[in-house]
Design a binder for this molecule. Structure first.
Ligand code: ADP
Length: 259
């Protein structure tokens, strides 16, 4: 992967993929990758053929979240064979470099890698390819939205003002790039304290719902701060694989995504 390859002007969209859903956020650390991996797993559990492309090129977290440590192979030296985890076909630049290795690339190399991950990976027949975007509104988002024409985008935000402010920019970007926004996900909405039984709105309250309403975009999920979610992500087995309340929340969200 890599090299100074410019994306072709033609569509950067594998023909065997029915839908591409982009998952974005205004800023990092709001849970975009966590939501992506859990939605992928939930969709796979519903019998969908799901791919997960980790396009968060500078901070790829899907190898860890999906529990992958092997490197993808390329038997013919042309096409890359993606890996499978929890029923999901996964490709990430993080699979090609050591976990602690920094990826220090200029734009054109980045775009080359993105294009290769899209078109030189044997994705196979997929009902949906989820693309975990980098945070913000940069090159990768622009290239993906113009060259791959995603069916839709999901924006993840916390209720915190600064996160919401940036989420608005992400929403504005998708509008400008004519990628329909399917919905907003509010992550880390609240913390239900197991000791006192109280519900604490650590990052604020109501902002994402209000924003969704203002824009006429559905709020497709409100997910609490949840220890299990964090532990499961770190352990490489997303919480959506289980049977608790979080798995149910992701199942519901996934069921509404593809009709
Ligand atoms: P992003 O992709 O937006 O940078 P991540 O998905 O990597 O964010 O999440 C950042 C950190 O927060 C990770 O350690 C993840 O496990 C944790 N996290 C995400 N969502 C939740 C949640 N709902 N409850 C608890 N921890 C979470």
């Amino acid at each position: 992967l890599g090299g100074h390859m410019k994306p072709q002007s033609g569509a950067m969209r594998p023909s065997s993929v029915k839908r591409i859903l982009a998952i974005g956020s205004g800023k990092g650390g709001v849970g975009k990758s966590t939501v992506s991996s859990n939605l992928a797993v939930a969709l796979a559990r519903q019998g969908r053929r799901v791919g997960l492309l980790d396009a968060d090129i500078y901070g790829p977290s899907q190898p860890r979240m999906m529990g992958l440590t092997q490197r993808p192979s390329s038997p013919d030296g042309q096409m890359i064979e993606p890996l499978k985890a929890h029923g999901v076909t996964v490709m990430s630049l993080g699979l090609m470099v050591a976990e602690q290795e920094a990826i220090i690339w200029r734009g054109p190399m980045l775009m080359g890698a993105l294009q290769q991950m899209m078109t030189q990976v044997n994705w196979g027949e997929l009902d949906v390819l989820l693309v975990d975007l980098p945070p913000g509104t940069g090159d990768v988002q622009l290239t993906l939205c113009t060259k791959s024409q995603p069916t839709g985008a999901i924006v993840v935000s916390t209720p915190q003002d600064v996160a919401l402010l940036d989420a608005r920019k992400a929403l504005d970007m998708f509008a400008k790039l004519k990628t329909p926004v399917l919905g907003l996900v509010e992550n880390m909405s609240f913390f239900a304290c197991p000791d006192c039984g109280g519900v604490h709105h650590i990052f604020g309250h109501g902002g994402v719902a209000a924003e969704a309403e203002r824009l006429g975009v559905p709020l497709i999920g409100s997910l609490p701060i949840d220890l299990e979610t964090r532990l499961a992500g770190d352990a490489g087995a997303p919480v959506a694989l289980g049977s608790g309340a979080m798995a149910e929340a992701y199942e519901q969200m996934a069921a509404g995504l593809i009709r």
